[in-house]
Design a protein around this ligand. Structure first.
Ligand code: HDE
Length: 695
């Protein structure tokens, strides 16, 4: 098949706009609207009524317009992804800033300045396609690079390690985390018995458990997550030499997370919080951007690591092998159609290009089979690569033919190779993909490498690398999750594992669960090794002191001071934030100077959880009117509880008092807009102990 046969761009465009090709007959007289037709191109005169034998009579089977429309509708859904069903996708480009020519022949990694189109899909893992955006969950980070040498898919997560070491355990892991089969709940949550039962019996998952209990799994925005390909891959240069590589994405806006109570409330306030955030940012021209970085290392270096880099439950600390930034990715175009692009895009870690190759990581090896296989059941045809979002943008040609939903019309008599009947049919090329010529020896067996046996050292390193605030959140998340587990023996088993990671952590969780006695730790296959703390593993250490990409909410009501609102709005906008006005009525409020200020959101539907910091500008009268409005009281109480900066004027102060909100450095006089901006750039971490009990 040749790309000559692909639907042309202009034809695609017509379809994207919902119009159909056709002549005069298909134009609606006097307008720009094309005629509404059936899928056979037959123009329709009535799209409101089905064909009836008489006005009160039965509907007629001959109504082809009704039957076609309903039949198509009945088949609109396709099976959702088994995992990563819920996602946000966007188009963009990758630009190489530093060549890796010494290490690889891949053109995408050697042609500096070249812009390669990408389609990136950021997902949650456990929930269905209609689940909320903010559960505690890993985020998928999948990038399809449409390179000149074919599609390269980097299908990663926002966490650099994984739960399991061998692909054969993946169905068990996913069955354990998904809703329990007898009851059909919980949706998109790890806080239930089957998940923690499996985890407590799978010591290799302990490092990942530390990551998922950290605030990495409750990100503020998909624009503020890191991405990791997890497994080691190989780069192959023109001399056929191999260098191992780990791929990383680092968000330009820095890392930022929510706090758990906030994430829970966002789920109710805006189930599409992350999708909307990405849509708003891209359509406003605030294009999210990530640095692309690599860790490069040789086999000799790998042999000296105190862990096995082929074990996906281990990471290579940045302090051991520093990151080298080689490019950037910018997402600058929202898809035309969610289904056609974000839903139908099919990623596969096996999609690599010449100059890149796989490692023997047993988890990666299993994935190489899984993704191609799952696309067949999801997209229903071996021709899924012809769907525009999946088709490579470079020419592709081979002798594969036919199959369900064939979109191309290959020309000619020859559909095999070798042949003597065609002088322009595709042939192998010396520049084509070659696998790295590794030497494999040893006995065939079902056995884990001895070097995979240390399950606690990096979990301990992760925990000890966190700030005190982040450690408290990990302990708190474990208490929350295990409190949802009915079976005491599962809670005990988990705390037993924690004792290998850190006795203090285990003690905090045990106290949070009201254990009378500390459970014994399970026997560890290997002694826990002390590793130097790695600050790069923190979130707080990777936050940026900025309001770029952040949103400030200003609560106003009738009588609010116009100058104060304007002042805060200007300061926040100048610092790069988006500002939203919240008022009791969406039409807005009449300010003290008589002007009307329209609201972006009505108070009852726009709680402070949707903002990074808030200002409350109210007249005395306006504040009093809100004393009995629980949405207003919650607005400030939640902003305080979620450690946000709050700017207030006199009226705002009255509302704070009613809400029982205390004073600290994060509560700022609205007149001091500059002080507010500084406070708004971070969370008020020290406030936390005054608003909730941390284990
Ligand atoms: Fe996936 N994974 N996975 N996974 N995964 C899928 O493929 C699978 C793993 C990841 O936006 C599925 O097209 C196995 C690790 C992302 O469309 C499926 C194993 C990592 C996405 C599948 C893993 C990932 C998927 C479901 C263990 C991080 C979403 C639908 C061997 C490096 C891609 C689909 C998108 C999706 C299988 C483990 C990331 C079933 C068997 C480790 C980001 O094929």
């Amino acid at each position: 098949m040749s790309n000559k046969n692909k639907t042309s761009d202009s034809e695609n465009h017509k379809q994207e706009n919902g119009s159909v090709p056709g002549g005069e007959l298909h134009q609606v007289a006097g307008g720009k609207h094309p005629a509404l037709t059936t899928n056979q191109g037959v123009p329709l005169s009535d799209n409101q009524n089905s064909l009836r034998a008489n006005p009160h009579g039965p509907t007629l089977l001959e109504d082809f317009a009704l039957r076609e429309k309903i039949m198509h509708f009945d088949h609109e859904r396709i099976p959702e992804r088994i995992v990563h069903a819920r996602a946000t996708g966007a188009h963009g480009f990758f630009e190489l800033t530093e060549s890796l020519k010494q290490y690889t022949t891949a053109r995408i990694l050697t042609e500096v300045g070249e812009k390669t189109p990408v389609f990136t899909r950021l997902s949650t893992v456990a929930g269905g396609a209609g689940s909320v955006d903010t559960p505690r969950d890993v985020r998928g980070f999948a990038v399809k690079f449409y390179t000149k040498e074919g599609n390269w898919d980097l299908v990663g997560n926002n966490i650099p390690v994984f739960f399991i070491q061998d692909a054969i355990k993946f169905p068990d892991l996913i069955h354990a985390v998904k809703m329990e089969p007898d009851r059909g709940f919980p949706q998109s949550a790890t806080a239930h018995d089957t998940f923690w039962d499996f985890i407590s019996l799978t010591p290799e998952s302990m490092h990942m458990v530390m990551w998922i209990m950290s605030d990495r799994t409750i990100p503020r925005s998909l624009r503020m997550i890191e991405g990791f390909a997890v497994h080691s891959f190989r780069l192959i240069n023109d001399a056929g030499q191999s260098t191992f590589v780990k791929f990383h994405w680092r968000p330009k806006l820095g890392l930022q997370s929510t706090v758990w109570d906030e994430a829970v409330k966002i789920a109710g306030a805006d189930p599409d919080f992350h999708r909307r955030d990405m849509f708003d940012a891209i359509t406003a021209g605030n294009f999210p951007e990530w640095e692309f970085a690599v860790q490069l290392f040789t086999q000799a270096q790998a042999d000296s690591f105190p862990f096995d880099h082929l074990d996906a439950t281990k990471l290579i600390p940045e302090e051991l092998v520093p990151l080298k930034v080689i490019g950037r990715m910018v997402l600058d175009r929202w898809p035309n159609n969610f289904f056609a692009e974000t839903e139908q895009v099919a990623y596969c870690p096996a999609n690599i290009v010449p100059g890149i190759d796989f490692s023997n990581d047993p988890l990666l090896q299993g994935r190489l089979f899984s993704y191609l296989d799952t696309q067949l059941s999801r997209l229903g045809s071996a021709n899924f690569h012809q769907i525009p979002i999946n088709a490579s943008k470079c020419p592709f040609a081979n002798q594969q033919r036919d199959a369900h939903m064939q979109m191309t019309q290959p020309i000619g008599r020859v559909a095999y190779e070798p042949n003597s009947l065609s002088d322009d049919s595709p042939r192998e090329t010396a520049a084509g993909f070659r696998s790295y010529a590794s030497t494999e020896t040893g006995q065939k067996s079902r056995i884990r490498a001895e070097s995979f046996a240390d399950h606690y050292s990096q979990a301990r390193q992760f925990y000890l690398s966190q700030t005190v605030y982040e450690q408290a959140h990990i302990a708190s998340a474990l208490v929350f999750e295990l409190s949802k587990v009915d079976h005491l023996h599962i809670r005990q088993a988990m705390v037993g594992h924690l004792r290998h990671i850190d006795e203090d952590l285990a003690g905090r969780v045990a106290a949070g669960l009201a254990f009378e006695k500390m459970p014994d730790p399970p026997s560890a296959a290997k002694p826990v090794r002390e590793m130097a703390p790695s600050p790069a593993l923190q979130i707080i250490g990777k936050m940026k002191n900025t309001l770029m990409g952040r949103t400030i909410g200003i609560l106003i009501a009738d009588g609010s001071d116009a100058a104060a609102v304007k002042n805060i709005k200007k300061a926040a906008t100048d610092a790069g934030a988006v500002v939203k006005i919240v008022a009791p009525k969406v039409g807005g409020a009449t300010l003290a100077d008589g002007s009307m200020l329209a609201a972006d959101g009505q108070l009852a539907g726009t709680p402070s959880v949707l903002f990074d910091a808030v200002a409350v500008i109210l007249s005395e009268e306006g504040a009093k009117n809100l004393f009995t409005e629980s949405a207003a009281v919650d607005f400030v109480r939640d902003a305080f509880g979620h450690l946000k900066a709050i700017a207030i004027d006199k009226g705002g102060q009255l509302l704070l008092k009613i809400a029982n909100v205390g004073h600290d450095a994060g509560i700022v006089d609205a007149a001091d807009a500059d002080v507010f901006i500084v406070a708004a750039k971070t969370r008020q971490w020290d406030r936390e102990k005054s608003v909730r009990t941390l284990p």
